[in-house]
Write a protein that binds this ligand. Structure first.
Ligand code: PRP
Length: 183
């Protein structure tokens, strides 16, 4: 789905496909400088991270294994609570590995701070975070995110993996949702 397929639910394009791809290449280059001689494992968090993982991993100039987690956040509606249940755990033993969590967005930070602590408790050598998007104004817990694609305003965004009621994940760009949709 391209920007010109956007319907009345969507307000404006925040990041174009080209901006996203350029930034991901930059992040991949930075990551490779830091990890090329380490035991890197990319860990994606379903479902939002699939697009970022797909493009970021292919932008790396060398091989990197990947694994996936699926989690469910308890709490009301669309707000995450930080109380997390693992629906699908890693297939991989991460003892001694250099784990890089790959995410689409850090919003309140509650989910990522839980995942980071959970993975660190498994005796990984290191657990860092790479996210395409971060909303600094929505942060509820301090969280150290090593690689950030873009800091964005505290608006409801969809596309490039991010959904509203499971819609728009397959939009190539990142767009804001029109307030009338969720108000
Ligand atoms: C999104 C995103 C993060 C989380 C961030 O996932 O992928 O995991 O929310 O929010 P937080 O910083 O406020 O905790 P979501 O729960 O929407 O699931 P999805 O990836 O399946 O869309």
């Amino acid at each position: 789905m391209d920007a010109h397929h956007m319907t009345g639910d969507l307000d404006r394009v925040l990041l174009t496909e080209e901006q996203i791809m350029t930034r991901l290449q930059g992040l991949a280059d930075e990551i490779w400088v830091d990890y090329h001689d380490r035991d890197l494992l990319l860990v994606g968090v379903l479902k939002g991270a699939v697009m970022v993982m797909s493009d970021l991993s292919r932008a790396l100039p060398g091989s990197a294994p990947m694994d996936w987690m699926a989690i469910s956040s308890y709490g009301s509606g669309t707000k995450s609570s930080g109380v997390v249940r693992i629906l699908k755990d890693l297939d991989t033993d991460i003892t001694g590995r250099d784990v890089l969590i790959v995410e689409d967005i850090v919003d309140s930070g509650l989910t990522l701070s839980w995942i980071q602590a959970n993975l660190a408790s498994r005796n990984a050598a290191s657990v860092e975070i790479c996210t395409l998007l971060r909303k600094p104004d929505a942060a509820k817990v301090p969280i150290d995110v090593k690689y950030v694609g873009f800091d964005i305003p505290n608006e409801f965004v969809v596309g490039y993996g991010l959904d509203y009621a499971e819609k728009y994940r397959n939009l190539r760009c990142v767009a804001t949702l029109a307030p009338h949709v969720y108000e």
